[in-house]
Design a protein around this ligand. Structure first.
Ligand code: NAI
Ligand code: MG
Length: 324
């Protein structure tokens, strides 16, 4: 039995999380869910976007399933990642419809604890200043994770992404750390690009990428771009992994433009739950759910409007659950 902290959050968060637990309830793995509050609504109710109780529940769990936060995202999800020291953010950009989007399949390995995301901002007479933190320790740690990931999954190339031509000291250190670690993996090709060029190459040459390793902010931006390559934000899951905790969440936010309509694509959250199953060692059921999800998406009948269908979030989930 696994203790899972479930944090549905705001907007479409609760909708896609419910769809996902509907599916998890159909596999013969026992989950003990503890629901916890966080996000905009929680802040309105309790004055706090991320109450201590939620943090405690998250810390004690075997894994955390998170939906989405709204405007409080920085105080909720960014803080959770930092508090739980989940220093790796894995964001697989994989086309589930190769006939439509080509055979795109690369992994973004995003550093999850520092960069501009430390939120160290201050007002000055002229305006505002934000500090960007890059450490040798975190840069080498994330590079190591990326090369190890490549080795373990049979990928042959890792691309470091930075802006070291302008941010000579901070991104310069990230790039230097990347190549230092690359030397330990002679069988894996290492190359690097500036983040602006990467933004273009992802569109012009997406098949050239296997594993991207990058800093926190660039990883955030490039993963939304990646989503755009394979059918939108409803398709990209993520895993936040540290030495003691695993937190699984779709890449998308609370999507206020479609919240409450029951039409959010649950695929990103379902795939995040598959990453959670892998993390827990339940790989067989992860593949099973993933394969059924892919079938349902390719058949195109029981899918949400963004995938060309007219099913609701919950109907799509039930179509998957019924085949388990
Ligand atoms: P968003 O990811 O919520 O939405 C961007 C676009 O993608 C919208 O048009 C939305 O309808 C669409 N979309 C997102 N998820 C979808 C799904 N599952 N199915 C179908 N369409 C989907 O990003 P946006 O609009 O920039 O931010 C909205 C709110 O979410 C903000 O308050 C922001 O702070 C928060 N946010 C929270 C995140 C988190 O909790 N991890 C991440 C990103 C944004
Ligand atoms: Mg984002």
């Amino acid at each position: 039995m696994y203790n899972i902290a479930v944090i549905p959050g705001d907007g479409i968060g609760p909708e896609v999380v419910k769809a996902t637990t509907t599916i998890l309830d159909k596999i013969p793995v026992e989950f003990n869910y503890t629901y916890a509050d966080a996000g905009d609504e929680c802040k309105e109710k309790t004055g706090e976007p991320l109450p201590q109780e939620t943090l405690d529940i998250a810390r004690k769990s075997d894994a955390i399933l998170f939906g989405a936060a709204g405007e409080t995202a920085a105080d909720v999800i960014v803080r959770l990642r930092r508090e739980l020291n989940t220093y790796v953010n894995l964001r697989p950009v994989k086309s589930l419809q190769p006939d439509k989007y080509g055979d795109i399949d690369f992994m973004i390995v995003r550093e999850n604890t520092e960069d501009l995301y430390i939120g160290d901002e201050e007002l000055t007479d002229e305006g505002a200043i934000a500090r960007k933190k890059i450490t040798r320790h975190a840069s080498e740690r994330i590079a190591k994770y990326a090369f190890n990931y490549a080795k373990e999954t049979g990928r042959s190339k890792v691309t470091g992404v930075h802006k070291a031509n302008v941010l000579k000291l901070s991104d310069g250190l990230f790039k230097e750390s990347f190549y230092k670690i690359a030397e330990e993996y002679p069988d894996i090709e290492a190359n690097d690009f500036y983040v602006d060029a990467t933004a273009m190459y992802l569109i012009t040459n997406p098949l050239d990428f296997e594993v991207i390793v990058t800093t926190n902010l660039y990883g955030d931006i490039l993963s939304d771009e990646g989503a755009g390559l394979v059918g939108g934000l409803g398709m990209i899951p993520s895993a936040n992994i540290g030495d003691d905790n695993g937190l699984f969440e779709p890449v998308h936010g609370s999507a206020p433009d479609i919240a409450g309509q029951g039409i959010a694509n649950p695929a990103a959250t379902i795939l995040s739950a598959c990453m959670m199953l892998d993390y827990l060692g339940e790989n067989e059921y992860a593949r099973k759910i993933e394969n059924i999800l892919i079938d349902v998406i390719r058949e195109g009948k029981d899918v949400t409007p963004d995938l060309g269908g007219n099913s609701s979030t919950q109907e799509m989930a039930e179509a998957i659950a019924s085949r388990l």
